[in-house]
Design a protein around this ligand. Structure first.
Ligand code: SF4
Ligand code: SF4
Length: 282
């Protein structure tokens, strides 16, 4: 059985979809968002070993096997100081676990009396569609709801098996124009906007989210254009407007100003005028 890189599992969350949910964060991302607040989820460990010597608790050690160098993590020794994360020059973490979907579901199963469903997030979880398909099939057998938190680059239309077991998707709209999207993420967004419509038409778009980062890109344009694109679904889909905050952001991108609440309220008001009713500002 294939094992997949799991950054962490949060047993109970009330902010990753409806109700109380277990959230599984997969490691690795195909975007390079300037405002990423958990950049240590972006890449897989190269085994360079730089963090091993810095760990104050001896929780990391290097191992050579069949010519491949890996870092072995001992969770029981870890004191949670995050020195390894701050040391890593590759936006990786030595603390991830490789798990099969069935193993991840074993963790989910223990929370079943207390949760409404499961959300898979990242990094970008859709880099591992086989993991999600298998995990969600198990969730469905257990009558748990299944949500994906995605940057929208996966071709959802090409994967009916995944759509079958996925209840809904929370989709990032990181910018609307291709130029802005490239500036924010280093990737284009044609597929993201196609996915927004594809998912909304099928009743599988739970929310869209836009992070407002003054001076980085045209956030107002992104929100208004997204609002217009999805206007037919404005009564069903939530719009989450998120204020940029520098916590956890890489130092070179931590200088953007935090947007004023009045500005965010103004964006929400414009959406309301278009017919959007479920708008959350955080
Ligand atoms: S967080 Fe990282 S550096 Fe700190 S004790 Fe744990 S493994 Fe070591
Ligand atoms: S987590 Fe980063 S610093 Fe540590 S071994 Fe892996 S790539 Fe190197």
């Amino acid at each position: 059985m294939t094992k997949y890189p799991v950054n962490k599992i949060i047993l109970f969350s009330s902010v990753d979809g409806p109700g109380n949910r277990t959230v599984i964060f997969l490691q690795g991302c195909n975007f390079d968002c300037k405002y990423c607040h958990n950049p240590e989820t972006r890449s897989l460990c190269t085994g360079c070993g730089l963090c091993v010597a810095k760990c104050p608790a001896g929780a990391l050690k290097k191992e050579e096997k069949e010519g491949i160098t890996r870092v072995i993590f001992s969770p029981g020794k870890c004191v949670g100081c995050d020195t390894c994360i701050h040391t890593c020059p590759h936006d990786a973490s030595p603390r991830i676990r490789y798990m099969t979907a069935a193993e991840a579901f074993e963790t989910v199963k223990k929370q079943m009396p207390y949760i409404r469903g499961v959300t898979v997030s990242g990094g970008e979880c859709t880099l591992y569609p086989a993991f999600i398909r298998e995990l969600f099939a198990l969730c469905k057998e257990a009558s748990l709801s299944t949500f994906i938190d995605s940057n929208g680059t996966y071709d959802f239309a090409s994967d009916p098996e995944l759509m079958e077991v996925t209840d809904s998707v929370m989709l990032d709209i990181k910018a609307f124009s291709e130029k802005d999207h490239l500036a924010v993420t280093a990737c284009g967004n044609k597929k993201v906007l196609e996915n927004a419509l594809f998912l909304a038409e099928r009743g599988k778009l739970f929310e869209v989210r836009t992070v407002v980062v003054p001076t980085l890109y045209d956030a107002e344009g992104a929100i208004l254009e997204t609002g217009k694109l999805l206007r037919d679904y404005a009564g069903e889909v939530r719009y989450k407007i998120i204020a940029y905050r520098p916590m956890g952001v890489r130092e070179e991108y931590s200088h953007y100003p935090v947007p004023e609440d009045a500005v965010l309220q103004g964006y929400a008001e414009s959406l309301r005028k278009m017919g959007w009713c479920d708008i959350v500002i955080i």
